[in-house]
Design a protein around this ligand. Structure first.
Ligand SMILES: Cc1ncc(COP(=O)(O)O)c(C=O)c1O
Length: 390
């Protein structure tokens, strides 16, 4: 079609699952939705709305990196996680997704590429393509618990690669980056001149403790340009408040040049609204209450899921250490889509692994956020349908 950019030429056809789901909804049939990851819809604590009514909220002080008071609040939040950073090295944006767009503008010429993990969060294909940037995939080996394999990262790179994206912990695989992996990644990035973009939106949601995990790359002495991304969307369960942040780290000269250029990018948009910036200290002090309730929910649903699995089942709950989801490995026959459609017939909605680019095997992805009554009600049909596979 003429007149439109190839960057926006995304496929818009519905897959059979989306069609079947829409049909069920049209018929008004009940649904137990195990794809619900919207934290505002599952009965978790929310902050006081009055926080937004700050006396300065009607004012406008264009600050490209974000209001200093808001950046100080992010620095204090990171310090409470053991990462000591300067507010001068933080850049606020309207979301993590927007931060990605700014980083691709900062680092890549059109046609350059970034390395993205697979399986992973499906938005990268869109975020890159909209900036004229390509992706090259590095696989997270199942044998390694879907953790980082630095050799796979090195092998995926070519002459036009500018950055490596790491999702820590992985979504939906829930594997944290480890000290040894970060060391090896640092050596590779420094040697060949790659930046590291570390997506840490789920970092606060660890299900257990274990030495050697890297919760954030912010505040660490690393030999390469490093961007650590997070935001209110996951940290405080407030995706609608539209506030994300990027910490810029690495060798001083590179870091300062990156910050100066990012300031210009941010100044072009000035996209973060004033009320949410002024409310940020209060919103971040609400975050622990939200996170505690979410972790209780997620751990309980995961316990129920494991308990529901018959000991001789032909499916497994994939081991993970954190996040909001669980991955099931299911038999190859009848496979992901047929299993999802059979579950939908029973009123249960789950995602097939191919949405997240799982390969070599068949997988389902379940959100652990639904209220326990919804989750429990979905388990009986789930176990029954899975018993007929394999
Ligand atoms: C790994 C990951 N990164 C980033 C985002 C987007 O977050 P934001 O709402 O800040 O754009 C998501 C949302 O689901 C995500 O799963």
């Amino acid at each position: 079609m003429s007149g439109f950019s190839a960057r926006t030429d995304f496929p818009r056809t519905w897959n059979p699952l989306a069609r079947a789901l829409a049909e069920r909804r049209d018929r008004g049939l009940p649904l137990l939705d195990l794809t619900e990851t919207n934290p505002t819809r599952v009965g978790l604590p929310s902050p006081e709305l009055a926080l937004l009514a700050h006396p300065g909220a009607l004012g406008y002080a264009p600050e490209p990196q974000g209001l200093l008071s808001a950046r100080e609040a992010v620095a204090a939040y990171l310090a409470s996680r053991g990462a000591h950073v300067s507010p001068a090295h933080l850049v606020l944006s309207a979301s993590t997704s927007e931060s990605y767009g700014w980083l691709f503008k900062l680092l890549c010429e059109p046609g350059d590429n970034v390395l993205v993990p697979a399986p992973s969060y499906p938005l990268f294909e869109y975020l890159t393509r909209l900036e004229g940037v390509e992706t090259r995939t590095y696989r997270l080996p199942r044998a390694h618990g879907f953790g980082l394999d630095v050799e796979a990262v090195a092998a995926a790179r070519d002459a036009r690669t500018r950055a490596v994206l790491v999702v820590n912990p992985g979504n939906p695989t829930g594997h944290y980056l480890r000290e040894g992996e970060l060391d090896a990644l640092g050596r590779l990035c420094a040697e060949v001149g790659l930046a590291l973009i570390s997506d840490e939106v789920f970092s606060d949601f660890a299900w257990d403790e274990e030495p050697g995990r890297v919760p954030t790359v912010a505040g660490r002495e690393l030999p390469m340009l490093t961007f650590s991304l997070s935001g209110l969307s996951k940290v405080a369960g407030l995706p609608g408040f539209k506030l994300g942040w990027t910490h810029v780290g690495g060798p001083d000269a590179l870091r300062d040049e990156a910050l100066a250029r990012l300031e210009l990018v941010a100044d072009t948009y000035l996209s973060v609204n004033t009320p949410v910036q002024l409310a940020l200290p209060g919103l971040l002090s609400h975050a622990p209450r939200f996170q505690e309730a979410l972790l209780t929910r997620v751990t309980e649903n995961r316990r129920l899921l494991r308990q529901a699995r018959p000991s001789d089942a032909h499916w497994d709950v994939v081991p993970a250490q954190g996040g909001w989801s669980s991955v099931l490995r299911i038999p190859l026959e009848p496979g992901e889509e047929a299993t999802c459609l059979a579950l939908l017939d029973e009123g249960v909605v789950v995602q097939p692994g191919y949405f997240y680019d799982f390969t070599r095997g068949a997988f389902l992805v379940l959100s652990l956020l639904p209220p326990p009554d919804v989750f429990t009600a979905a388990l009986e049909p789930l176990v029954r349908v899975l018993a007929t596979s394999g």
